[in-house]
Design a protein around this ligand. Sequence first.
Ligand code: FES
Length: 64
Amino acid sequence: MFVCICENITCGEIREAVDNGARSVRDLNRSMDLGSQCGKCVCATRKVIKEHLAESDYDLAVPA
Ligand code: FES
């Protein structure tokens, strides 16, 4: 399912980015331009990130 229609970014691509270290909408904006057009995808993206982090049980600590 597309989350960011403007940049053609799907839930799966967001999950993959989280698997590769992304932890915020800002991270995805930098790497994929997500949210760089209309911005309507930002809330849905936060939800996908939060859910995937919870499912994956990733350590949320920021490396020193
Ligand atoms: S839907 Fe993501 S910037 Fe428009």
